[in-house]
Ligand binder design. Structure first.
Ligand SMILES: [Zn+2]
Length: 199
């Protein structure tokens, strides 16, 4: 439709989550109008994040080092792990100040429609942590929507036979929503009121 580089940019933008073809076009033309210094700042931010940031080898949070700041913090309780879907959920839980353990980021949720099963998530990596870290409780803090619930149930069935206390954050969070949209107080209460999952 457009000259090569413009179309390339539109195509790349359209690949981003939540950006449809129309928005991609609008953003592309916005970038075209920007002063070079402003557009290059965005390009630089993308390059920087790809060069410098990777995932923590232990919990799969974003990290500049091999292990993230939470995993290397010796003041944190290593016996409880809060399982979340994405690194941004860690930020949401941290804001509540209700949790002093470590995290495990699944990097997604089970979704048959999108063809995402447990093998595509960091489930094996979670299992491998339990014994060496002396984990006694796993808190399932996946989103309160269909995928999040399915993931929590799957993990509960997997973990309970291992003799680990498995808890799920309490209901009261907006159903169908994302953890990151819950306010600190609501999420804090949900964590505090977590209940053991019955198999
Ligand atoms: Zn970590």
């Amino acid at each position: 439709m457009y000259a090569g580089p413009v179309q390339d940019l539109i195509d790349e933008l359209a690949r981003l989550p939540g950006v449809g073809p129309k928005s991609a076009q609008r953003i592309a033309f916005h970038l075209l109008k920007l002063a070079p210094v402003d557009a290059l700042r965005l390009a630089h931010a993308i390059t920087e994040v790809k060069e410098r940031i990777s995932f923590c080898h232990r919990c799969w949070n974003v990290s500049e080092a091999e292990e993230c700041e939470i995993c290397t913090d010796t003041r944190r309780d290593t016996t409880s792990i809060c399982v979340v879907e994405e690194p941004r959920d860690i930020v949401a839980v941290e804001k509540t100040r209700e949790f002093r353990g470590r995290y495990h980021v699944l990097q997604g949720a089970i979704s048959p429609i999108e063809g995402i099963g447990p093998e595509q998530l960091k489930v094996r990596e979670l299992l491998a942590r339990l014994e060496p870290e002396g984990v006694v409780e796993v808190i399932l803090c996946t989103n309160p929507n269909i995928e999040g619930e399915a993931t929590a149930m799957y993990l509960a069935r997997l973990l309970r036979p291992l003799g680990i206390k498995v808890t799920r954050i309490a209901s009261g969070l907006p159903v169908g929503g994302d953890l990151e949209y819950a306010d600190e107080i609501t999420l804090g209460r949900a964590l505090e009121g977590r209940r053991e999952v019955e198999a």
